[in-house]
Design a protein around this ligand. Structure first.
Ligand SMILES: [Zn+2]
Ligand SMILES: [Zn+2]
Length: 144
């Protein structure tokens, strides 16, 4: 079964040709401002993501390693995409909020937990990483 989604106005549609079982939350300041709330992303390999109406997507380069795609008409935050070279190049983190159906998708992880606003928390048991812990996972190994 494939998963479909769209932005609010419908100018951008997508289809994901892989099962989705889990989502992760990012509490970083950038994701919060970009999504307007808590960002929940589902990881999708580049080959499994098909976008129609991509001419209606505007991208914002938010860091040296990623860009964020949003609908230029309605502003829906559609995806975060890795642009740096390496194993994850081109992979998407699609906004869970833009999926047409979300049954069977469970919250498994939370990153930048140290930047989460103090006034709310998820009830699910999740694997939590601080920003520093997350960056350490992706940082190149120290040269001797
Ligand atoms: Zn739209
Ligand atoms: Zn983030």
């Amino acid at each position: 079964m494939s998963n479909t989604g769209s932005c609010l106005c419908g100018a951008v549609h997508y289809e994901i040709s892989a099962p989705i079982t889990d989502t992760g939350a990012c509490h970083c300041d950038m994701c919060r401002k970009w999504s307007g709330g808590v960002y929940l992303g589902v990881e999708v390999a580049a080959d499994n993501m098909m976008i129609s109406g991509s001419e209606n997507v505007t991208t914002f380069t938010s860091s040296e390693w990623a860009e964020r795609g949003f609908c230029k008409t309605c502003g829906s935050s559609i995806y975060y995409r890795i642009t740096s070279p390496g194993a994850h190049h081109g992979s998407y983190h699609v906004s869970m909020g833009t999926l047409d159906q979300t049954d069977g998708i469970a919250l498994k992880g939370e990153v930048f937990i140290d930047q989460k606003p103090k006034g709310y928390s998820f009830a699910e048991e999740t694997e939590q990483l601080t920003g520093a812990e997350l960056m350490a996972l992706f940082a190149p190994p120290e040269s001797p």
